[in-house]
Write a protein that binds this ligand. Structure first.
Ligand code: ZN
Ligand code: ZN
Length: 244
């Protein structure tokens, strides 16, 4: 490690994205932790306490990433999603919900690094992830992008692309201002997202692209984005989100 990096680490020691505790070593024997997250660098990303108590998705539905919890079949089978696979790190509750809230609404852009790394590790455990050619962030509406100053999905996609060693493609555009999905009921969310996206001019042609967003709730947003990409840009589209 260079002197500069050492000094930075002393002044700004890495903190846990979920509780902001300064990070120490994780002792694996004591931690019940998903296999895919047992990386050497985990000690620099999440603290032991959060590693134990995070609402990890352990057995996600391969199509929509919802935690299966021993159920057979997933309720998503009634939707004809345009995306082919989906994976998510955790359930949208407790510490995960809190961290995403800070990331999205409280200008905590630094969270992109640890959350993006956890998401890439989860991806590397998926057998479909090996063929991904590029990552595509779900864009915000222009109004929201201006107000927030950054797109949290694009920040996550930057980290995931770097970790997977594939480029980031900013090919999606919001066609119109849509209401915030957060305040809408299930059926309204589908209505609200109809024709919400288009691809920018010269996109190129791909076999397999990965859409990135911070969260997937009904899947309406990812579905619309994937169906636009599938008309002429990519054969297959997968989705990776931090929370489900
Ligand atoms: Zn923590
Ligand atoms: Zn499902």
């Amino acid at each position: 490690m260079s002197l500069g990096k050492m000094l930075l680490k002393m002044l700004f020691p890495p903190r846990c994205p979920f509780c902001r505790e300064i990070l120490g070593e994780i002792s694996w024997e004591k931690v019940d932790y998903p296999d895919w997250a047992r990386k050497e660098s985990a000690s620099g990303v999440i603290c032991s306490r959060c590693a134990v108590s995070l609402p990890w998705i352990v057995m996600g539905c391969p199509r929509c990433a919802a935690e299966q919890m021993g159920r057979v079949g997933c309720s998503c089978s009634v939707y004809d999603y345009a995306f082919d696979n989906c994976c998510a790190v955790g359930r949208y509750t407790g510490k995960v919900r809190k961290a995403l809230h800070l990331f999205k609404y409280q200008q905590k852009q630094w969270l992109a690094e640890p959350l993006g790394r956890l998401l890439s590790w989860k991806l590397s455990s998926q057998d479909w992830a090996g063929t991904i050619e590029a990552v595509v962030p779900i864009p915000l509406t222009p109004h929201r992008q201006r107000r927030r100053g950054y797109n949290q999905a694009a920040l996550l996609a930057g980290v995931v692309g770097r970790e997977l060693g594939v480029p980031l493609l900013d090919i999606l555009q919001r066609v119109r201002e849509t209401e915030s999905q957060a305040g809408l009921k299930r059926e309204k969310r589908w209505e609200n997202m109809r024709d919400a996206f288009r691809c920018r001019g010269e996109t190129g042609r791909y076999g397999h692209l990965l859409l990135i967003d911070d969260i997937l709730t009904t899947g309406a947003t990812a579905h619309q984005a994937a169906s636009v990409i599938k008309t002429g840009v990519a054969e297959s589209v997968s989705v990776a989100v931090f929370a489900r």
